[in-house]
Design a protein around this ligand. Structure first.
Ligand code: C2E
Ligand code: CA
Ligand code: CA
Ligand code: CA
Length: 287
């Protein structure tokens, strides 16, 4: 068997400089993994903070490595972006998300106000076939365009006319765009003017400890101020919001009081495989 060089891998995953040779090896390993069907998706519910119902789903990629076991995307997405493998991998994620969402809508009915949200890297937006790939994924799955929400991190969209042109084409197709990790980018406010966003996702860092204000914590008060400003801005601009990384009831209550009606996080539902997510929908249908 090929010696892959685990030490290089680990150093690479930690985001440090690595030899070009290691990058090539990793690129080859990712390519092989894609061809071997080692990637899968898990699904995390996006939930109404008002009535607890699932109103959407984020698709998160996993790598089931034959030796390393389940590998987190934080450990391979940066490598996939640098090697370019994110383009075919992201295409697979997009197609699989559309296929699965269309199957759920077929099973549970179109009245479930469903949005399916895969993550998209900026590298994919630079691929000349991206818009055509999205159109094909929708056509082949039968998923209506307005059910698809592409999650983009702010840093991913800060640069360039070409990217904005692509985003406007997607917007014109009816596809919705979400600004992921909102509040952590360099230019959140100015970005919202040029960017045809439909959704902003308040970053988890503003949700962490947001409930701890009893002791007059300056940090918690600052988080609350940011969270409140983001939801007010979104409301004023007609954007939907999702508060991310909600881990307990107190955070959910606090965000609700600040004006959030939709959330995501371990408290509301962990990412699970498709079968477990289907079971969740079956249970919800019985409510
Ligand atoms: P993200 O898009 O911000 O996704 C949210 C991450 O937070 C996920 O980690 C999710 O499992 C985790 N999370 C959700 N709720 C909670 C919570 O209450 N507490 C905590 N501690 N964590 C929570 P995951 O799945 O490891 O993904 C990490 C990042 O990898 C994602 O961040 C996204 O940027 C990237 N990623 C994942 N899948 C894809 C993909 O298919 N394509 C691309 N380009 N990037 C992806
Ligand atoms: Ca995301
Ligand atoms: Ca996020
Ligand atoms: Ca993130």
């Amino acid at each position: 068997a090929k010696q892959r060089g685990k030490a290089n891998w680990v150093r690479y995953a930690a985001g440090m400089e690595k030899p070009a040779q290691a990058a090539a090896q990793l690129g080859g390993d990712l390519r092989r993994a894609l061809d071997a069907g080692e990637f899968s998706l898990v699904y995390q519910p996006i939930v109404s903070l008002v009535d607890g119902r699932t109103i959407g789903v984020e698709a998160l990629v996993r790598w089931n490595h034959p030796e390393r076991g389940m590998v987190s995307p934080a450990d391979f997405i940066p490598a996939a972006e640098r090697t370019g493998l994110i383009v075919p991998l992201g295409r697979w994620v997009l197609r699989e998300t559309c296929r699965q969402a269309a199957a759920w809508i077929a099973e549970f009915g179109p009245d479930v106000l469903w949005k399916a949200a895969p993550n998209v890297s900026v590298r994919q937006l630079h691929d000349p076939d991206f818009v055509a790939d999205v159109r094909a994924a929708l056509a082949d799955s039968g998923l209506p365009a307005d059910r698809l929400v592409l999650e983009l991190t702010e840093s991913a969209v800060l640069r360039g006319h070409q990217v904005l042109k692509v985003l406007h084409e997607l917007h014109d197709m009816g596809v919705r765009l979400a600004l992921d990790d909102f509040g952590t980018g360099e230019s959140s406010l100015s970005l919202l003017r040029a960017f045809p966003a439909a959704v902003v996702k308040l970053d988890k860092s503003f949700v962490d400890n947001i409930e701890l204000d009893e002791e007059g914590s300056a940090a918690a008060n600052a988080r609350q101020a940011v969270a409140r400003a983001v939801v007010q801005l979104a409301d004023a601009l007609g954007l939907d919001t999702v508060a991310e990384g909600i881990e307990n009831q107190e955070q959910a209550d606090r965000l609700r009081k600040l004006g959030y009606t939709v959330g995501q996080g371990y408290f509301l539902g962990r990412p699970v495989d498709a079968a477990a997510f289907t079971a969740r929908l079956v249970a919800q249908r019985k409510l």
